[in-house]
Design a protein around this ligand. Structure first.
Ligand code: GDP
Ligand code: MG
Length: 701
């Protein structure tokens, strides 16, 4: 009398299941239909040693969800007929897709063998699979086969018997999901255990079965839900399932179903990364090698931060010498013009207004060039998409997409293309939230303000760190506000998204230069247009009127400044900004900065060069002082106030051009106006807090 073993062949369509089935059974097979459906059911048997092995050929499926009849059928056969062993036929040429079913079969907890079929094809392509390692990672024995040539069939039968007799059991290895998801699975598992609902349903060991049921319930599997609906414990179970699903939704803004699918693919990609090499495509393996370090769970984010830190250090230190040359050039030009031209309004307009204002902005071209060169380098090598990949997890916690990080990165350059780049987000709410927070990122126009103030008020040693801290604060604020908006203003789900990782490339010198120059040119154009116009306007507002209401001319330059139109505006808002440590001159600069953030610098340049020239006229000895020195000497600011001013500049109202683009992208003024409002409140609140805490602790006063 023979002993019986039942095995089921499972696998994706076209993996060679039927071929192997025929190899194993020969003529001893029976073809029928599954009851009630027109799916062909094939069964056969083969004698091996003391055993008669019954073989069921399951319908080919990619997954084991309850959504397609074939998948449900395959699952029902496994659950109801309880085969002793599943033989998973895998197309070794398409491992990633095939293993998706494998990990789901593994979750069923039924003893399983893996037949890696089509190994003739992978040999021909030179793909190498480390089978022992793969077995360890997947926790199942692997038999390489070539169905077409009947290679490996006897091995399969031998391994079936060994596994059945528990001679050869590989160590079990479970697939672990994301921590939060794991917590919910385990919690559900415990309830299932207590209520013993799944007891009789699965062939697998009970703890495995409960885990599988827990996953299925979180996936909203209708078949499973229908099965347990009538149970007494059902109300308790659904309550827990809904609670878990809601919690996961809140955490990740993603359907638990998608989270689970992502977890499976992440596991598979990890397995493939470790155990398969694709020679003949060196680039891929090199990319993977680099990714192993740069995308590492522990060091990945610190490496990213370190790179950004380095970028800002370089921006500052390498930018300093050429900046001085340009400054000296404009200084010389101003002096020459002052020599050539007769004293008067026209000289003041050209020297203070135009050369002072535009020159004050162009001075920062080296910093801009370096920053953009750095960004271009990171983008062109393919690292920026890694940064987005790394930030994906962080972004999820804010309720944004990993993809939202791309507009934010672009926002380092300029908010305008960043706002437009948010178009790549399909979900309306994701898009809006991203658009609303991108202005909080430090754009290129804010850099001159930082560089000016840092050079004037901080030592070279801390300069790079101060700059870095402001950039980080901008990112943190953007993430924080995104979370706030996504929770209260724009609640809803996030679209599922898988980050693509392009291969690393050596950027060409030409591409780098082009990318850098495109941005630098925009900066120069802006200096020649908006900033030139704003400088002239601001000069006018500072210079007029030249007499008081009674027609008496102002003699004192400080009085002249204070009584000018701009001065009056400054005084008007002084009450609001004085708790931040700002005086009326800063107020004027901030108002002018709405045109473009660089104008803050040019306005300060104008103010302080007017004061400089005027003090010269009073007969004082003028030392040739740099722009930064003038700012320090004449502003009366402390380092703390300078820092707060940088923070305020970072956070308050986006420039007019950005607001106009936002209006176009959202079809109305509602969101741009909202942005103006919230950024003002945010900038004031954060600045106030930092200033007051700084005063309290006596830092930088
Ligand atoms: P099923 O859909 O999983 O039942 O797959 P089939 O058994 O019908 O096989 C699909 C195709 O793959 C057929 O054309 C087979 O001849 C072919 N095939 C099966 N095994 C192998 C193999 O090991 N190597 C190659 N190159 N082709 C195979
Ligand atoms: Mg078939």
């Amino acid at each position: 009398m023979k002993k019986h073993i039942t095995i089921a062949l499972a696998g994706n369509p076209n993996t060679g299941k039927t071929t192997i089935f025929n190899n194993l059974t020969g003529a001893r097979q029976h073809v029928g239909n599954y009851p009630g459906v027109t799916v062909e059911r094939k069964e056969g048997s083969v004698n091996y040693g003391p055993y008669q092995i019954k073989i069921i050929d399951l319908p080919g499926t990619y997954s084991l969800t309850a959504f397609s009849p074939d998948e449900l059928l395959a699952r029902q056969v496994i659950i109801e007929e309880k085969p002793d062993i599943i033989v998973n036929i895998i197309d070794a040429y398409n491992l990633e897709r095939n293993l998706y079913l494998t990990v789901q079969l593994k979750e069923l907890g039924i003893p399983m063998l893996l037949a890696f079929n089509m190994t003739d094809m992978i040999a021909a392509r030179g793909i190498h699979i480390d089978y022992p390692l793969m077995e360890k990672l997947l926790g199942s024995k692997i038999i390489p086969t070539v169905g077409l040539k009947n290679v490996g069939s006897q091995e399969i039968l031998k391994s079936v018997v060994e596994l059945y007799e528990k001679i050869n059991i590989p160590s079990e290895r479970d697939l672990f999901y994301e921590v939060e998801l794991e917590k919910e699975i385990v919690g559900l598992q415990r309830i299932l255990q207590e209520t013993a609902v799944g007891e009789v349903e699965l062939a697998a060991a009970q703890d495995k079965a409960n885990r599988w049921l827990a996953v299925k319930l979180l996936e909203n599997d209708n078949d499973i839900i229908n099965k347990f609906k009538t149970s007494d414990a059902w109300p308790d179970i659904t309550r827990q399932v809904e609670k878990s699903q809601k919690k996961l939704q809140d955490l990740y803004r993603e359907e638990p179903e998608m989270l689970i699918a992502h977890g499976r693919y992440a596991f598979i990609r990890g397995v493939l990364k470790e155990a398969v090499s694709y020679p003949g495509d060196d680039r891929v393996t090199l990319t993977e090698k680099i990714d192993n370090i740069l995308l590492n769970r522990i060091v990945g984010l610190p490496i990213f931060l370190a790179m950004m830190w380095l970028l800002f250090q370089l921006t500052f230190t390498l930018g300093a010498p050429p900046m001085e040359w340009i400054e000296a050039g404009f200084g010389w030009l101003g002096e020459r013009m002052a020599d050539i031209m007769p004293d008067g309004l026209l000289q003041s307009l050209i020297v203070d207004g135009i050369i002072g204002g535009v020159g004050g902005v162009v001075v920062f071209l080296p910093n801009i060039l370096l920053l953009f060169l750095g960004i271009a380098l990171l983008e062109d090598t393919g690292y920026m998409s890694r940064a987005a990949f790394l930030m994906d997890k962080v972004m999820h916690r804010t309720g944004l997409h990993g993809k939202s990080f791309v507009p934010m990165l672009i926002g380092f350059g300029c908010s305008i293309p960043a706002i437009m780049a948010s178009r790549t987000l399909e979900n309306e709410r994701d898009r809006l939230a991203t658009m609303l927070v991108t202005p909080l990122i430090s754009c290129g126009a804010k850099l001159p303000v930082y560089v000016l103030l840092i050079a004037a008020f901080f030592s070279d040693k801390v300069a790079g760190n101060i700059l870095f801290s402001i950039y980080i604060l901008g990112i943190l604020m953007a993430l924080l506000l995104a979370k706030v908006f996504r929770k209260w203003l724009l609640p809803g789900e996030t679209e599922p998204f898988v980050m693509e990782l392009p291969p690393y490339r050596f950027p060409t010198f030409k591409a780098l230069l082009i990318h850098m120059w495109e941005r630098a040119w925009l900066y120069l154009q802006k200096a020649g247009t908006i900033i030139l116009a704003a400088s002239i306007l601001m000069w006018g507002l500072f210079t007029f009127p030249q007499h008081d209401a009674n027609g008496v001319e102002f003699n004192d330059p400080v009085q002249q400044l204070e009584q000018s139109y701009a001065g009056r505006v400054g005084h008007l808002i002084e009450g609001v900004i004085s708790p931040l440590g700002f005086d009326w001159k800063v107020g004027v600069a901030l108002v002018s900065g709405v045109a473009a953030k660089e104008v803050i610098v040019s306005t300060m340049g104008t103010v302080y060069s007017i004061m400089d020239i005027d003090s010269l006229e009073e007969g004082e000895i003028q030392t040739v002082s740099s722009f930064s020195e003038r700012a320090r000497e004449q502003s009366g600011m402390t380092p703390l106030v300078a820092y707060v001013l940088m923070i305020f500049t970072l956070l308050y109202i986006p420039c007019m051009a950005a607001l106009a683009v936002m209006r176009r992208e959202t079809n109305g003024w509602k969101w741009p106006l909202f942005t103006v409002g919230y950024t003002l409140v945010l900038a004031w609140t954060v600045s106030f807090s930092i200033y007051q805490v700084g005063l309290l602790l006596g830092i930088g006063v």
